[in-house]
Ligand binder design. Structure first.
Ligand code: SAM
Length: 210
């Protein structure tokens, strides 16, 4: 989605353009070729301003990271971070994803991160939630056999819904916490913009790894 009100947006996007993948669907099945190696490949869906993926990518230079975000006014910060720090193992896609299988081939990904996904609280919008059961099944399809989905949220309603979907589908829960930052789990190491904000306000952060 275009937000032309943001100052100098086009110029800012231009400055980080080499980190932006324009025809992302054409890379289906070829993401490792784009990165030029056979390393692990991770996706963050709804990556916002890119704080999390930037931190993960800098800490794990052997792996490759794709951040997808529908809002140009937000993703531009990710592009800038990549350009400022010359983070070669990260690429961004500026699109709203409807079906992840259009972007990745079966078994192509090692892991998917869903961080503070939009809650869509109305029952009639349940299908739009990024952790809706059928959507989780699509993620599983593009993941390797031992690939993971990691989900964090401050939103209790969305977390309860997600846990119900996970149970209904019979996925194995590898890690789970209703208060991630009071736990010993490594998932608290790399934070997102929303996580910083809500944790800073004293809100518990929910986390599940399947
Ligand atoms: C609440 S924000 C969280 C941003 C970031 N992950 C964080 O934790 O700070 C959710 C973001 O996901 C993006 N988003 C939601 N659905 C999406 C989709 N289907 N495809 C791409 N981006 C999406 C929204 O535009 C928004 O920027």
């Amino acid at each position: 989605m275009r937000h032309r009100k943001v100052k100098n947006l086009e110029e800012r996007i231009e400055a980080g353009r080499r980190f932006l993948v324009e025809d992302a669907k054409a890379n289906r099945g070829k993401w490792r070729q784009l990165f030029g190696n056979d390393g692990r490949l991770y996706l963050e869906l709804g990556c916002g301003k890119g704080k999390f993926i930037t931190g993960r990518a800098m800490a794990d230079p052997e792996a490759n990271f794709v951040g997808i975000e529908g809002l140009d006014a937000v993703i531009v910060r990710g592009l800038e971070k990549a350009a400022e720090n010359e983070i070669e193992n990260v690429r961004y896609v500026m699109e709203y994803v409807k079906d992840i299988r259009e972007f990745f081939e079966d078994g192509e990904l090692d892991g998917i991160y869903l961080n503070f996904s939009d809650p869509w609280p109305k029952a009639r919008h349940a299908k739009r939630r990024l952790t809706y059961g059928d959507t989780l099944l699509k993620y599983k399809q593009v993941l390797k056999e031992d690939g993971f989905i990691a989900f964090k949220t401050d939103n209790e309603g969305l977390f309860d819904f997600t846990m119900e979907e996970i149970e209904r589908l019979g996925f194995e829960i590898k890690e789970m916490s209703r208060d991630l930052h009071s736990s010993d789990l490594a998932a608290k190491e790399f934070t997102t913009e929303y996580e910083e904000k809500f944790h800073g306000l004293g809100k518990n952060i929910n986390y599940v790894l399947i």
